[in-house]
Design a protein around this ligand. Structure first.
Ligand code: EPU
Length: 337
């Protein structure tokens, strides 16, 4: 069924009330292809929606918005210690993580409670608390939108980087239909390198954490500083953490001795949250939009009535401030429509 002049308020975690000219939900690849044909016939632009957790509508959309609801999870044991778990794109990410924890499949526990769906996880190589999906990624099946044929992408072909992949670089070319992860069945490699996980485990006197313990710790950390989009509209980190040349970082360090940075070869990744906080934006609200008081990198629809334009303009003011003070140009992580 194709609906007209449909509000997308419930389909983006910012809760922005933007409208789409046409809207449909698809539950199979055939329905997806039908929707694409409809758009082609009417010469409409198509927008594919997953969980809506990384998108900001700054205006109404004049084409066809397609909500991808393909669901299903399957498991294939490949060795004594390894299993392949394949999830369709419309599966909720955290439900997949929970499914794996129940079966004691290790690898996704650090990525607990990330909003959004499985299908968009490879787009920006989702990552948190020391793990990125590239660490457990086996392959994904995509629909090539030019040929309408399915293709399989392995790890190398996905060209994963920090919040980056081929799907982001060649936006609009592929739709991810399902993703396969290679997980462990018993010899789990527990990753507690992120300091806050260690502190959470210590608080509970856990010295030999299970994957379930790690997941519980991650959930507590996230809940302590990231607002629940069901309550306060947001899209997680609004900006990427900028990577700057080491020489530039050392120059900044002379002036701002406290500046944190994570070295990676000749480059240093600087936490955008720190830069934003130093510019006085943390917890600041202008009309309906605010920077989260507990994590400045997260912008929120504070009143529930913010327009996408307002959120965008707020983010622009932050970019200008950070540029003026530090000479660093923040890049938005959220997709802007
Ligand atoms: N910081 C501040 N003030 C703030 C926020 C952060 O000074 O208001 C500084 C602190 O020095 C802190 C450092 O930034 O130690 C890092 O903060 P945090 O550990 O919260 O992580 P982040 O770099 O801000 C990234 C991801 C998050 C992910 C966390 C944990 C990006 C853009 N964001 O945030 O991902 O959950 O690490 O691994 O890389 C998301 O993508 O939506 C997201 C939430």
């Amino acid at each position: 069924m194709i609906l007209e002049n449909f509000s997308l308020k419930n389909f983006n975690t910012f809760g922005v009330d933007a409208k789409t000219r046409y809207f449909t939900e698809v539950y199979s690849v055939d329905e997806l292809k039908e929707a694409i044909h409809f758009a082609h016939e009417k010469s409409l632009e198509v927008l594919f929606l997953g969980g809506g957790s990384n998108i900001l509508f700054t205006k109404d959309f004049g084409g066809l918005a397609v909500k991808l609801n393909l669901i299903g999870i399957s498991v294939k044991e490949i060795s004594d210690n390894e299993v392949l778990v394949t999830a369709k794109s419309g599966e909720n990410w955290h439900q997949l993580v929970r499914f794996c924890l129940t079966k004691n499949f290790g690898g996704l526990e650090n990525l607990s409670l990330i909003p959004g769906n499985v299908g968009t996880s490879p787009m920006q190589n989702i990552g948190a608390y020391g793990t990125e999906i590239k660490d457990v990624f086996e392959s994904c099946t995509v629909l090539n939108l030019e040929t309408l044929e399915t293709e399989i992408f392995d790890l190398e072909k996905c060209k994963f980087g920090y919040r980056d992949s081929i799907f982001k670089q060649e936006k609009g070319k592929y739709i991810i239909l399902e993703v396969t992860f290679k997980l462990t069945r018993k010899n789990h490699s527990i990753n507690v390198e992120y300091g806050a996980i260690q502190s959470e485990l210590q608080k509970k006197n856990i010295t030999k954490p299970t994957i379930q313990d790690v997941s519980a710790a991650v959930i507590r950390i996230r809940q302590s500083k990231l607002p629940d989009p069901k309550i306060t509209g947001n899209a997680g980190s609004f900006f990427k953490n900028p990577t700057i040349p080491k020489t530039q970082f050392l120059g900044l360090k002379e002036k701002f001795t406290e500046i944190p940075g994570y070295e990676n070869g000749d480059f240093v990744k600087v936490p955008a949250g720190w830069l934003i906080e130093q510019c006085g934006w943390k917890g600041k609200q202008i009309d309906n939009v605010a920077s989260n008081p507990l994590q400045a990198l997260v912008l929120v629809n504070a009143t529930g009535h913010a327009s996408g334009r307002e959120i965008f303009d707020f983010s622009d003011m932050i970019i200008q401030s950070v540029k003026k003070k530090f000479g660093i140009e923040l890049e938005r992580e959220v997709n802007i429509i």
